[in-house]
Design a binder for this molecule. Structure first.
Ligand code: UTP
Length: 229
């Protein structure tokens, strides 16, 4: 199987720790050892937000801030590459074509952001589409897509299954809310709808959840599947 895993910065680097990076690298190694090819997209996390906040105080414009965020996602990608049991011949690719070539040649690729005006949620969906992935996993800080922010509303209800169209509808309405609680952004949702790739949003704070989802088909999260149209 070809799998793309988007690892949110908030779960890969909640704080910077070698143990945490090694844990996730071990997950990638295990998935590869089972005969899968894996594309990984890594987010920026709090470190990216801290850099962006300070640069904003200096007066950088939004594109410059995005470039700073992208740089941090790529540094995070490099760290994860150091932990994975594979000799990478190059730095994280900066575009989808290079990523696809590396994935086909080496069976594994790790990358960060690509272009301003989006987040790595969209990069994950675009990489999955570009490489015809069988499965797209979002390892986030929330265990799925909810009807409101579960961190603020104890009565928030999780959607266990959604069609891609429903996902786009739900995420669109969330994008209007201040402090947007959506675990996957709107561009990513639209790419998921367009490609029809089976997608799962899970809690990545325990990396074992990624193993369960990919290798044992066990999800505690939200499944987005075009069969549910
Ligand atoms: P993230 O994907 O980590 O953003 O990229 P996020 O959604 O804010 O982080 P989490 O998921 O909550 O942890 C970090 C920043 O890098 C820039 C954006 O500014 C983004 O906020 N970025 C990333 C881009 O501009 N383009 C990309 O392709 C990726």
């Amino acid at each position: 199987m070809r799998i793309v895993i988007s690892i949110g910065g908030s779960v890969l680097v909640p704080g910077l720790s070698k143990d945490r990076i090694e844990e996730y690298a071990g997950v990638v190694d295990q998935i590869i050892a089972e005969g899968n090819s894996v594309g990984i997209v890594v987010g920026g996390g709090r470190i990216a937000r801290d850099y962006i906040e300070i640069a904003r105080e200096f007066g950088s414009n939004e594109s410059e801030l995005d470039q700073m965020g992208i740089a941090i996602t790529r540094v995070n990608a490099q760290l994860l590459m150091l932990g994975i049991d594979h000799k990478f011949g190059q730095l994280p690719p900066q575009d989808y074509e290079s990523a696809k070539q590396i994935l086909h040649q080496e069976g594994v690729v790790v990358m960060g952001g690509v272009a301003p005006g989006q987040t790595t949620d969209a990069v994950g969906a675009a990489l999955a589409e570009y490489t015809d992935a069988d499965l797209l996993i979002y390892a986030t800080s929330v265990d799925g897509v909810y009807d409101s922010d579960p961190k603020l509303n104890p009565k928030a209800t999780r959607y266990d299954e959604l069609s891609p169209g429903e996902l786009v509808e739900i995420i669109s309405s969330m994008e209007m809310i201040a402090g947007n609680p959506a675990p996957v952004d709107l561009l990513a949702s639209k790419l998921i709808e367009r490609s029809g790739i089976k997608t799962v949003v899970i809690d990545g704070s325990d990396p074992k959840n990624v193993i369960n989802a990919v290798l044992h088909d066990k999800y505690n999260g939200t499944i987005i599947n075009s069969d549910m149209k």
